[in-house]
Design a protein around this ligand. Sequence first.
Ligand SMILES: [Zn+2]
Length: 151
Amino acid sequence: MKHMSDEEWTLYVNDQLDDKTREQYEAHLFSCDQCLSVYLEVVEAQEQQLPAMTNEEVFTDTIMMKIKQQNIPEKNPSVSKFYQKPIFHYVLAAAMTFILMSTGVFSHLMNVVSEFESNKKQDSSVVEGLMDHTVSFIDKVQKESEKEAKK
Ligand SMILES: [Zn+2]
């Protein structure tokens, strides 16, 4: 009996042979070391290909499920706890101020204020208005964080 090729053993591994042919292949496999090694190579190659080729979506879903299952009990409560802490809102306000300053928006605002001041038109009212806005913003943040803390 002649030896089987890689392709033929691939058909066998993928169960694409009729019963009679498969029995012949199996009988040959038990009596031929050369074909056994080819068969093992094909099995190894198929094992590497199968998840990527036919089960890619299932594989990805499974991975995503595992990631979600691991994250939900750990991450989400800590995130919501962090949101509930009043310090978060102060840090947020400080970060916003820092961003405004570092992007030049803050200094631009200050220039506008000093322009108004030099014009001597609205003098202190602009500064007071800006201060009021800042104070009301801090008030709002405090009230928000108190509300969050009560929940
Ligand atoms: Zn053989």
